[in-house]
Design a protein around this ligand. Structure first.
Ligand SMILES: [Zn+2]
Length: 275
């Protein structure tokens, strides 16, 4: 059920012809885990919070630095030196008091993922602690590939976004529907790419990230916004508008392309799942 206060908060959304009470309830009952609360995680989480996603878990071990303020929209100069996850939690709770926001001030590791999801996924009933969707807003290949492995291993959909310079990429992988995974598209090894992400962690594994290559403030806002848009379609209406497609956005030419991909049967991460 939605309370009167929630009906008023989401009134403009509920007017939409393709968005009804059921869609809004789907959002209210949904749980999203955001990994990386930088240039992508800030706008994406803000939109999900305002739209009414019931539970947001923010994972980031970083503290806020002055160079983050140009694009990480939930932070102000007074927050420098504070935890990103905790500061974002406070900001999002202020924006929408109807939702539950949790902060995990740690870097996601395989062990942490097992602690968070492992035992619970063996139970037959789903608990609130297992997210319906993972949002990748990380800035390094190690985290990207780890998140992909977690997504495949635990069967949790992964909405992967990246932004650097003037351009970005977006894909939604659904392991239980065998749509293919991040490694099907980009290969299973760490390869150089000119479309790496955000978050200023300065990871040396990255051939390019925002710390080394720069990013326009609007690039992360657009890609975080597009990521939130796909998340709302998926959680509210059960639609994956990017099934089998990688979205490529170029802010210099203002063009957008869809690139088709197929699941790689020989993928080292998601291949041979049926055997
Ligand atoms: Zn794969």
């Amino acid at each position: 059920m939605l309370t009167d206060s929630e009906l008023a908060f989401y009134a403009r959304q509920l007017l939409l012809p393709h968005w009804d009470i059921e869609s809004q309830l789907n959002l209210k009952n949904a749980s999203v885990m955001l990994i990386g609360m930088g240039g992508l995680g800030c706008p994406a989480s803000e939109i999900l919070a305002r739209a009414g996603v019931g539970r947001l878990t923010l994972v980031d071990d970083d503290i806020i630095e002055v160079s983050n303020l140009q694009r990480q929209t939930l932070y102000a100069p007074k927050d420098i030196g504070q935890s990103k996850a905790l500061t974002a939690k406070t900001a999002l709770t202020r924006i929408n008091p109807h939702i539950d926001v949790q902060a995990i001030c740690q870097r996601l590791t395989a062990e942490k993922a097992d602690e968070l999801f492992g035992e619970r996924l063996y139970e037959l009933t789903k608990t609130d602690d297992v997210p319906d969707l993972l949002l990748d807003g990380s800035d390094n290949f190690a985290t990207r590939y780890l998140l992909n492995r977690i997504s495949v291993e635990y069967g949790i959909p992964l909405l992967s976004a990246s932004a650097i310079g003037f351009s970005g990429q977006l894909a939604l992988f659904e392991p239980k529907k065998q749509t293919g995974c991040y490694a099907c598209v980009f290969g299973a090894s760490k390869v150089a790419s000119d479309a790496e992400t955000e978050n200023d962690e300065g990871d040396n594994n990255n051939p390019a990230n925002c710390a080394s290559s720069g990013v326009l403030a609007s690039t992360t806002a657009v890609m975080g916004g597009l990521q939130a848009n796909v998340a709302l379609q998926y959680l509210g209406r059960g639609i994956n508008p990017l099934r089998g497609k990688l979205l490529l956005w170029d802010g210099m030419s203002m063009s957008q392309k869809m690139m088709r991909y197929e699941r790689n049967e020989r993928c080292l991460v998601c291949g041979y799942q049926d055997e």
